[in-house]
Design a protein around this ligand. Structure first.
Ligand code: ASP
Length: 303
């Protein structure tokens, strides 16, 4: 049996010319740390679920990413985070939306997967559940980042809802893994889109849209303009093309990211691993912060 993990830190208009070598290095280092955290768990025989959770937790704690600590601001000047984690063996999934002050929304999602009779919890209810389960909370200043604040001020002035990829900062984060026991898992965490309004929910916490795992096919975590990923039911579409259409992982990803999403108008990408350990990290945007690792390799890349 082999094991493998892939991660992303968002896809979008990431212009090489606008990033200094030092910035690039900081991002690549952060990706590598997250990748190693997950890969070490897999190497030691741990579960894919533990590996994707650990990889995402590190990116949630890193202010470079639009998840957890570095989450973008909503129209009302708040951070409303979303996350989901799914087990390919059991098809159990736990997800949260509209949570503030939760240090690691992916850990809260994992508690929902394991303990709650429900799949998705939102807002105050999700927070009450998190307090019962003793997940970590932080004060608002933990989440404050001046870059995010300025980004929001610009979006407010232009009255635009902005994907976090139009600048130099990372976006949404995610991880997918196959463990030594042959099981798959996927996890995604995000602050959503800058200046989002009216309790907008993106694709990340929605099963089959931004996050999906099924041992029969693959594990997927998406990043990009969420509305299009919801309309395309992207993660489940890739899985369905494999399960019912006989597509390989690469063929299914090609179809969805390079044909169906562009036709709909959706820009972004995804990371995927199948039950045989094949990987795909396609994107139709300028770049996607990403990394992949297994027994004998470890790679991180942006463009
Ligand atoms: N897909 C996320 C959303 O629409 C954004 C992202 O991938 O950065 O909420």
């Amino acid at each position: 049996m082999n094991y493998t993990i892939a991660i992303h830190g968002g896809a979008g208009t990431i212009l090489k010319a606008r990033m200094t070598p030092a910035q690039q290095q900081a991002y690549l280092d952060a990706l590598r740390a997250s990748l190693r955290a997950g890969n070490t768990i897999l190497k030691n025989g741990g579960t894919a679920l533990d590996a994707v959770e650990a990889a995402v937790v590190l990116m949630e704690d890193c202010p470079l990413f639009n998840a957890g600590r570095g989450s973008v601001f909503t129209h009302d000047g708040r951070q409303e985070m979303e996350a989901a984690i799914m087990c390919g063996r059991t098809l159990d999934i736990g997800a949260v939306t509209h949570v503030s002050k939760v240090r690691n929304p992916i850990r809260l999602s994992r508690k929902i997967l394991e303990i709650s009779e429900h799949v998705i919890l939102s807002g105050e209810g999700a927070i009450a559940f998190g307090r019962e389960q003793q997940v970590a909370f932080e004060e608002e200043d933990w989440f404050y980042d001046d870059y995010r604040y300025q980004q929001w001020q610009k979006a407010l002035a232009a009255d635009q809802v902005v994907l976090d990829h139009a600048g130099q900062k990372f976006g949404t984060v995610g991880a997918v893994a196959l463990d030594l026991h042959g099981h798959l898992a996927a996890a995604t965490s995000t602050g959503g889109m800058t200046n989002k309004k009216y309790g907008r929910i993106g694709d990340s916490p929605l099963p089959g849209c931004g996050t999906y795992a099924n041992d029969r096919t693959c594990a997927i975590s998406c990043t990009g303009h969420g509305e299009f990923y919801i309309r395309g039911v992207v993660a489940y579409d890739v899985s369905c093309l494999m399960e019912y259409g006989g597509y390989s992982l690469a063929e299914a990803c090609q179809k969805v990211i390079h044909e169906k999403q562009p036709a709909l108008g959706g820009s972004g990408g995804l990371i995927a691993v199948d039950s045989k350990g094949n990987m795909a990290l396609p994107f139709n945007s300028e770049g996607m912060y990403r990394g992949w690792a297994g027994k004998d390799e470890e790679q991180v890349a942006i463009w």
